[in-house]
Design a protein around this ligand. Structure first.
Ligand code: PEP
Ligand code: MN
Length: 267
């Protein structure tokens, strides 16, 4: 029935993380060793946060903006792991990124929205992952095309990756809206209905684009029984080199998580 033939049941990797929802947090971009360690130490105090995210190579819309710290940042990420015990996750957009992450003990990879939109790039990443044993999360493509999203998941799955998850981060708004990306909740709902074993997380940060809407978007994801949240946080959001308007301090993230009302299947 499912095109994602050999996907592992949800329980085997995601539910093992033992919180509902599982929360992934950390800065949009890794900027410095101090920023990474300071953010991670605060996040470690929040029970639901199990995975630390940071962009190492940033897919910026225009050149001559901050494009990430690259290799140095992978070293800082390793320090985060050693100091806090948090799992780590990084966005990969090429076989070279995959290879560097594997060499530097990154725990989980994710594919960003721009990359998911391009089957050639996804296939190259899938080929680099052949025979590797690492979980991979796939963000939705920029445009609201569920088949492109499923296709990316299938390509990674066919490479032998069975620990997969999808991340819903909204879709490019062709008209001016209050959100940075339009959620189109019907698309993750449809994905969940077709792939029961596939964990689906929501990234309210990139949907909202503004701090003030994040709590509401996160609640909506919980109401839809999504499996986790990826929320950007920064020790000093105003000074962030990317996405400064949508990042939360760890303390504000804690408040948002405490405010979430779990209505179904919550532990
Ligand atoms: C990010 O997570 O910082 C990012 C670039 O996200 P997206 O691929 O959803 O735009
Ligand atoms: Mn970001």
């Amino acid at each position: 029935m499912s095109e994602l033939g050999n996907i592992k049941p949800l329980n085997e990797w995601f539910k093992k993380l033992d919180t509902t929802p599982v929360v992934i947090s950390g800065p949009c971009s890794a900027e410095s060793e101090e920023q990474m360690i300071a953010t991670a130490k605060e996040l470690k105090k929040i029970e639901q946060v199990k995975i630390f995210r940071a962009g190492i190579w940033k897919p910026r819309t225009r050149p001559n903006t901050f494009e990430g710290r690259g290799l140095d940042a992978l070293q800082w990420l390793n320090e985060v792991k050693q100091e806090t015990g948090l799992l780590t996750t990084v966005e990969v957009a090429s076989p070279k990124h995959v290879e560097m992450c594997l060499r530097h003990n990154v725990d989980i990879l994710w594919i960003g929205a721009r990359t998911t939109s391009n089957p050639f790039s996804v296939q190259e990443i899938a080929s680099a992952l052949q025979g590797m044993n690492i979980p991979v999360m796939v963000k939705n493509p920029i445009n609201p095309d569920i088949n492109l999203w499923i296709g990316a998941l299938e390509r990674i799955n066919k490479a032998g990756i069975t620990r997969l998850a999808a991340i819903h981060r909204g879709f490019y708004p062709f008209e001016k809206t209050m959100f940075r990306n339009i959620p189109k909740w019907e698309i993750p709902i449809e994905l969940k209905s077709r792939f029961h074993n596939l964990p689906i997380l929501c990234d309210p940060s990139h949907i909202a684009g503004k701090r003030k809407y994040i709590a509401e978007m996160a609640q909506k994801a919980i109401d839809l029984n999504m499996d986790g949240l990826m929320i950007e946080s920064h020790i000093c959001p105003e000074e962030a080199l990317s996405d400064s308007e949508q990042q939360l301090t760890p303390a504000d993230l804690d408040q948002v998580l405490r405010g979430l009302v779990c209505r179904l299947n919550c532990v």
